[in-house]
Ligand binder design. Structure first.
Ligand SMILES: NC(=O)c1ccc[n+]([C@@H]2O[C@H](COP(=O)([O-])OP(=O)(O)OC[C@H]3O[C@@H](n4cnc5c(N)ncnc54)[C@H](OP(=O)(O)O)[C@@H]3O)[C@@H](O)[C@H]2O)c1
Length: 286
């Protein structure tokens, strides 16, 4: 399967076997923080699930640095308002596409169009996700399948196309929001958690395959964060602040690395939780 999209006399083929053509360079911008106003390259960032609270907070930071953004989300009104805000914050370029990312057959064409519009790709930020309702998913597998599809299947599809594109160019970073919930299945959210566990394992394998081709794969594992996803949850006021989480993620992507727990304390918490023996863990109410 391949998608060929022509944009401004350039053609991009998103296909694992066919070669792809060189695309234009990133948009040069002048950064106010750079010495003597020297022009620097604006990174080309594709955001999949751009109306997510965490993605939007990251995009605000990227816009303030003058990055070049292509935003994909399914809610047209929310997307338009996020894009308008980012333009006022200084993004070099903001383009958008409305798409339901559950529709995996549309991914190749959508991605080809986005990458052509950006003129290449430096970072893909995959932020779509749904918590769903665990009790419903226990009663009816259709609800469970929906959670698994959005969090795992749709993300795996996007990452397959993007991974192949980046590997052919020996460049690019794929930064993906998984979750600490994927580190151990718990009765309160094991359907969501298992989809995220699958996503983390997929990313680990993809990294093992294409890191040597110069593609950076970052698995981001947030603990609970105050966003629409956790709205109304007990104890939400104690969850991490989305702007602080975004600052850590943006810095983490700059620095590079394989797995980023955010806030960092979750690395230790999950280390402890993973070591609890199953015969003890099964009796807990986490
Ligand atoms: N908040 C947390 O505590 C937390 C913790 C760990 C990991 N995460 C992960 O972080 C990511 C971002 O979550 P968030 O906290 O920012 O929550 P959020 O604000 O609810 O964001 C989730 C985003 O995914 C989008 N989405 C869901 N299904 C989609 C689809 N089929 N097509 C296109 N977009 C779709 C949603 O779009 P709509 O607005 O149209 O619904 C929404 O923008 C998710 O992957 C989540 O699992 C969150």
């Amino acid at each position: 399967m391949s998608a060929v999209v022509t944009h401004s006399a350039q053609t991009l083929v998103l296909n694992s076997s066919e070669p792809t053509l060189p695309l234009r360079r990133a948009v040069p911008v002048t950064s106010s923080s750079s010495s003597e106003g020297a022009a620097m390259l604006s990174r080309r960032i594709l955001v999949l699930g751009a109306t997510s609270g965490i993605a939007e907070a990251c995009c605000r930071l990227w816009a303030e640095r003058g990055e070049t953004l292509y935003l994909v989300a399914r809610n047209a009104d929310k997307l338009a308002s996020v894009a308008a805000d980012l333009r006022t914050r200084g993004a070099a370029f903001v383009e958008t596409a409305v798409a339901d990312l559950d529709n995996t057959s549309a991914h190749p064409e959508l991605l080809a169009h986005a990458i052509n519009a950006l003129g290449g790709l430096d970072i893909a930020f995959v932020s779509l996700g749904t918590l769903g309702e665990q009790p419903k998913a226990e009663r009816n597998f259709n609800d469970a399948a929906q959670i698994i599809h959005t969090n795992f299947v749709a993300a795996a599809s996007l990452l397959t196309w993007l991974g192949n594109y980046c590997a052919q160019r020996h460049a690019g970073t794929l930064a993906v929001l998984s979750s600490v919930a994927g580190d151990r299945g718990r009765k309160s959210n094991y359907v969501y958690g298992s989809a995220k566990a699958g996503l983390s394992a997929f990313l680990s394998g993809l990294r093992n395959r294409i890191d040597r081709d110069g593609v950076r794969i970052m698995t981001i594992k947030p603990g609970p964060v105050r966003t629409a996803m956790t709205q109304g949850m007990k104890g939400q006021e104690k969850f991490a602040d989305v702007n602080k989480v975004a600052a850590t993620i943006v810095k983490g992507i700059d620095r590079g690395g394989d797995i980023l727990y955010v806030p960092g304390i979750w690395r230790l918490i999950m280390l402890v939780i993973r070591t609890v023996p199953e015969r003890v863990f099964k009796k807990t109410n986490l």
